[in-house]
Design a protein around this ligand. Sequence first.
Ligand SMILES: Cc1cc2nc3c(=O)[nH]c(=O)nc-3n(C[C@H](O)[C@H](O)[C@H](O)COP(=O)(O)OP(=O)(O)OC[C@H]3O[C@@H](n4cnc5c(N)ncnc54)[C@H](O)[C@@H]3O)c2cc1C
Length: 431
Amino acid sequence: MLNFSHQEHIKTYYSDTRNIHFKLPSLLNKDSADVCIIGAGFFGLSTALELAEQGKKVIVLEGARIGFGASGRSGGQAINGFEDSIDEYIDQIGFENTKKLWDMSLEAIDIIDERIKKYNIECDWKKGYATLALNSRRMDDLIALEKTTRETFGYTNMQLWDKAKLEQHLGSKIYQGALFDSNSGHLHPLNYCLGLAKACLDLGVKIYEQSPVVDLIEKSSSLEIQTDNSSVIAKDVVIATNAYVINLPQKITKGIKRKILPVDSFIIATEPLEQKLADSLINNGMSVCDSNYLLDYYRLSADNRLLFGSDSSSNKNMKEIMRKNMLKVFPQLENIKIDYGWGGPIDMTINANPHFGRISKHIYFAQGYSGHGVALTGLAGRIIAEAILGNDERLAIFEKLKVPSIFGGKLVKKIALFIGTNYYHFLDKYR
Ligand SMILES: Cc1cc2nc3c(=O)[nH]c(=O)nc-3n(C[C@H](O)[C@H](O)[C@H](O)COP(=O)(O)OP(=O)(O)OC[C@H]3O[C@@H](n4cnc5c(N)ncnc54)[C@H](O)[C@@H]3O)c2cc1C
């Protein structure tokens, strides 16, 4: 369990280059609102923003600092679609609903575009993203994905690149080809998160930092959300703690913490690279992921550092392991210094379906974005806000998705994570 007492942001490239520096007070006196949101990451803040835009009185309680969790330390890649294959979704919820899900995943990217413009959020937002194939089977998967999205959904922003075309833009020889999407993109996640918080504050949302929620009491016509020092009375509550849901008492979360299997992910940032060297790695501003289950993802930052991430089992020598991963892709960086290294939990579900819903009539949640959280959290915020405001049509589609539970205590989760990580290694090698 995370000890929240006075947690600050961990040291990352992002925390050292943040462009908003507020520190907000803790909740010391009783307060009330229409809606209380637990957690100030992308999802909690997106929900708050959507509700405040509609005139609702909103309080956000953050256990540490705004963007302390995955949102402030992620790879920053905003990717459309979902982690599972389109056929799986069609099998589960039918064609019409799958088409709606696909369209909503595109809306998720539009939401980022809109908010950055509307609230002048400076966060180095850049379009262009490629999924890379490490072998011919993966290339076949990408060919099939391009065909399905174009023929079935009419999506024409994707281009298939063979090895030669990819190497015009990427200075690595290890890939067979790529699927380039001109609509997905990447941003500085902590600055985007802080920008959302500023927009919320400007609209009258109250955000209390270093105020971990410890209990929730259901009263006859309201909910009382308790922190160590005080409490908030609200009609509706949104649980926006995602992979940190483990920190909330079972009494509040009911079964939802059984749905998340956090997978560790790590990122290193090189020293700033000379322009010529940076261009020789990526010359069109795109971000990239390979298409493994446990994947590498990377991009250049605004000041030309390579930000290189990998999903991996935790190890005390993580910075060195990550450097070796980076050199497998770009051996030309052998003599480049690594300035930063950090990690955090990715919110995976067992079958990679996102998990949005309600615990009871007035307690909502969204979690388990399974590698697509930078984009989908904004959409989740909009959909949960719609439901609170009386229209739950779109939330109901997400509620149809099956998300298996992981039973057992922490030990079982550790074993499941170990087996899961090795299972994904196996699939990556032999699939
Ligand atoms: C290293 C890393 C790289 C990633 N890269 C990408 C990527 O490139 N693209 C992508 O799409 N996704 C990526 N992800 C996943 C993505 O960042 C998440 O899906 C997304 O940020 C989740 O946002 P959130 O608001 O739901 O959760 P979070 O940002 O984790 O926010 C939860 C908040 O709740 C707070 N909290 C927890 N318990 C309590 C409590 N009891 N009381 C009050 N507050 C509490 C936490 O302090 C935290 O601030 C990455 C994640 C990691 C860790």
